[in-house]
Design a protein around this ligand. Structure first.
Ligand code: NDP
Length: 452
């Protein structure tokens, strides 16, 4: 059996009931097969893949807090410190009822390669809790965040592990967590990113993932001799990534006709009104029904199982920006039938493996989240640099660096794919390119640091 297959089998056996983690490992190792096979003897002797798929440390802890009725609630907190070969662990904190160890491990594993791709010195980690921030009062959110950080503060630090936001963790939650860290550790340091501007946050961090997705998509289209100007896009989600992807897409002349949340989706043939979307989602924290109520051209559709949602419309580019596995094989078939040119992922693993394969084999330009949404973590790393320097850069400075980083990421994944002759459906295999480019740097650092 090949080394890659052996390690995949081991991962499934040693990590039962963690399908998302299995999926992520399988996807990465499959596409690294060419590189691993070229170095099989050495990598095997060094147990390189076994080290790569085993987190350096995984922490699971109790998070007790008191709700507004005086009832004690108990959630579970996680931090997986996956790989520190190229820098301190870095990765977001997800607060969502679906969170479990397997999901955090899948996200942490992907983060290693994504962080490596940013060209910046950051290792891979991820954390979160099964706490559901929806419907909670500000006081309840604070009580949860303080309890969560009371435990987490033992394991993180500006040069050790620097968490950030993710689903359910926005500026409010980061603020509460930062305050608690400072109280407990007595240290004002860049221990979290996504902070408010008044206490060490970076300009353009809010916009970074969505903007970065479009900078990369733009580079991809340009490289293929096409322009985004005048094209139509479907976006899923209406959270942080989706909103700023829509904003930048519109700046680049793209008409975005959809967005969604977990209960339904909007189709607006006139283009999504991003100011209204921000008002509904960022200010009122309301459902998309409110968007539809305020905009006469918008249709609201409640989510129903088996429907294609935002992927059923005829568009040139698809930008999945909501959550994992939200674009399946049937959606992929629909997009291909409607002549989509590119799918670039704003969310983490939103496209199932089967759908990814189908899109690629049918000549769709496909760039996975590891490369396409790396703008968020790249700007987090820029926030770390600013904190270390005790300086704040202007919006233009950060945005300019972000654009440069995303263009470099595109160039690097394209180059890695070409070096290994990785093509699929007659097009460059950017998924393989991203995994190879991310992997090469991490492996180089791991081998240089000996058995650790
Ligand atoms: P948010 O919490 O701000 O938004 C998530 C959005 O996805 C919401 O609109 C949510 O709707 C929607 N959603 C959640 N579950 C579903 C579902 N099952 N079907 C349809 N819509 C759904 O998160 P972000 O925008 O920050 O993150 C989105 C994705 O991007 C995640 O995969 C995240 O890991 C990834 N990412 C985020 C980065 C960042 O900088 N924020 C960086 C890199 C990746 P509802 O409000 O109803 O829950």
């Amino acid at each position: 059996m090949s080394y890659v297959d052996e390690v995949i089998e081991q991962v499934v056996k040693q990590n039962p009931a963690e399908p998302e983690f299995h999926q992520a490992v399988k996807e990465v190792l499959e596409s690294l097969r060419v590189v691993v096979e070229a170095n099989e003897e050495k990598f095997r002797k060094d147990a390189l893949l076994e080290r790569l798929v085993n987190p350096e440390r995984q922490i699971k802890f109790r998070v007790p807090w008191v709700d507004d009725k005086g009832q004690v609630q108990v959630n579970t907190g996680y931090r997986v410190q996956f790989n520190s070969a190229i820098g301190p662990y870095k990765g977001g904190l997800r607060l969502h009822p679906s969170v479990n160890l397997g999901i955090i491990k899948f996200l942490g594993f992907e983060q290693i390669f994504k962080n490596s791709l940013t060209t910046l010195p950051i290792g891979g980690g991820k954390g979160g809790s099964d706490f559901d921030p929806k419907g909670k009062s500000d006081r309840e959110i604070m009580a949860f965040c303080q309890s969560f950080m009371t435990e987490l503060s033992k394991y993180i630090g500006a040069d050790v592990d620097v968490p950030a936001g993710d689903i359910g963790t926005g500026a409010r939650e980061i603020g509460f967590m930062f305050g608690q860290y400072k109280r407990i550790r007595g240290s004002f340091e860049g221990v979290l990113t996504g902070k408010g501007l008044s206490y060490g946050g970076s300009l353009a961090r809010t916009q970074a993932t969505g903007y970065g997705l479009l900078y990369l998509t733009n580079a991809l289209w340009k490289d293929h001799g096409m322009s985004l100007e005048g094209k139509t896009a479907a976006v899923s989600g209406s959270g942080n990534v989706a909103i700023y992807a829509i904003e930048k897409a519109q700046e680049l002349g793209v008409k975005v006709v959809t967005c969604s949340d977990s209960t339904g989706w909007i189709y607006d043939p006139n283009g999504i009104d991003v100011a209204l979307l921000k008002e509904v989602k960022e200010v009122k924290r309301a459902r998309l029904t409110e968007y539809a109520a305020a905009k006469s051209t918008a249709e609201y559709h409640a989510k129903q199982n088996g429907e294609h949602g935002v992927w059923q419309y005829k568009v040139d580019l698809a930008l999945p920006c909501a959550t994992q596995n939200e674009l399946d094989i049937e959606d992929a078939k629909m997009l291909v039938a409607n002549g989509v040119t590119s799918v670039t992922e704003g969310a983490n693993m939103p496209t199932t493996l089967e759908a990814t394969k189908y899109l690629q084999e049918n000549g769709v330009l496909f760039v996975g989240g590891k490369a396409a949404n790396a703008g968020g973590v790249a700007t987090s790393a820029l926030e770390m640099s600013q904190n270390s320097e005790r300086l704040s850069w202007t919006f233009e400075e950060v945005d300019g660096k972000l654009k440069g980083i995303m263009e470099t990421i595109y160039a690097n994944i394209s180059d890695a794919a070409k070096r290994y002759d990785a093509t699929v459906g007659g097009k460059t295999d950017y998924v393989a390119g991203a995994n190879i480019a991310g992997f090469e740097k991490v492996v180089d650092a791991m081998l240089a640091q000996g058995v650790c």
